[in-house]
Design a binder for this molecule. Structure first.
Ligand code: FE2
Length: 297
């Protein structure tokens, strides 16, 4: 009788240990998941590219374009210090912003977006086009936002082209296409009327590369919107879902070419309705122009 009782107690203790071991393993897995999710949403990665061209004056050799997109009013560390530090370190000649800097889903915060808009032109001349989220805001909110960012020195481009000058005065054209105007005829008019042969397009949505952007013959496109598919399959560029592309989207991040057009698509920086990125760090894109021009000017 005593023997049975001892055996029962031993078995009971072993069972207790097994349960605690399982709880420990689950807690560790949950902690790991949260640590990974925190990193995937807060640790910024910088992706550097070199774009080689014979279509530009050598005075643009080494010209550096930093591309930020889809911040969705996220603030990195105290007052964006983590984000600004990374951008400053890249010593950009210009900064381009391709929309969705305000989130209009479930965490709209215009003040946080304005904080960033006040800070970023202090680093380098900044050019900005709206994404779909800015247009979800009321006209009153958006026009007050627009007024303020212009005061801060952000060059807001609404279906507009500006010329970017090299240090010796050569130019290229930077076309800003508004997200509500993603139509082939509007872009074609802008590209036809752009004063320079070398043209860079800022357009929020990447899925029009083949249908609109490349058709107009622009040289470079900077785009966002897809958030790299929000959750990515590890060790791949395959995301699970992107707006306007659906499940397993084609355009997620990286470099895409079509004809003579090269598109840089950033993973973006923040989140929209669904608050979690997985295997998909916030990204800053930096493109350095490398000229192989016969024109020595
Ligand atoms: Fe977005």
């Amino acid at each position: 009788m005593q023997k049975t009782s001892n055996a029962e107690q031993i078995e009971k203790r072993a069972k207790g240990r097994r349960i605690w071991r399982r709880i420990g393993i689950w807690m560790l897995l949950i902690l790991l998941f949260f640590a990974m999710a925190y990193g995937a949403n807060n640790r910024i990665e910088v992706t550097k590219y070199t774009y080689e061209t014979d279509a530009l004056s050598v005075s643009f050799n080494g010209f550096r374009i930093v591309h930020l997109t889809d911040l969705h009013n996220k603030v990195f560390a105290e007052e964006n210090e983590a984000l600004l530090r990374e951008v400053r370190a890249l010593e950009p000649d210009i900064i381009v912003l391709t929309g969705d800097f305000i989130d209009a889903s479930n965490h709209t915060n215009v003040e946080d977006a304005l904080l960033f808009m006040r800070q970023i032109p202090e680093v380098a001349p900044t050019y900005y086009v709206y994404g779909n989220h800015e247009h979800y805001l009321s006209k009153e909110v958006l026009s007050s936002f627009e007024e303020k960012i212009k005061e801060y020195g952000v060059h807001f481009l609404y279906n507009e082209t500006v010329q970017i000058e090299s240090q010796t005065g050569q130019t290229l054209s930077l076309i800003g296409l508004d997200d509500l105007s993603l139509q082939a005829n509007i872009l074609k008019t802008l590209a036809d009327e752009a004063p320079d042969d070398f043209q860079i397009l800022l357009a929020h949505e990447p899925q029009y590369l083949r249908t609109y952007y490349a058709e107009t013959g622009v040289d470079l496109v900077f785009s966002g919107h897809a958030h790299a598919g929000q959750w990515r399959i590890p060790f791949t560029h395959q995301g699970l879902y992107a707006p306007d592309q659906g499940i397993l989207p084609e355009f997620t991040d990286g470099v895409y070419t079509e004809g003579d057009t090269t598109m840089y698509l950033s993973r973006g920086l923040g989140n929209s309705g669904f608050p979690l990125r997985l295997f998909n760090h916030p990204e800053i894109v930096c493109v350095t122009l490398q000229t192989v021009s016969a024109d020595p000017s």
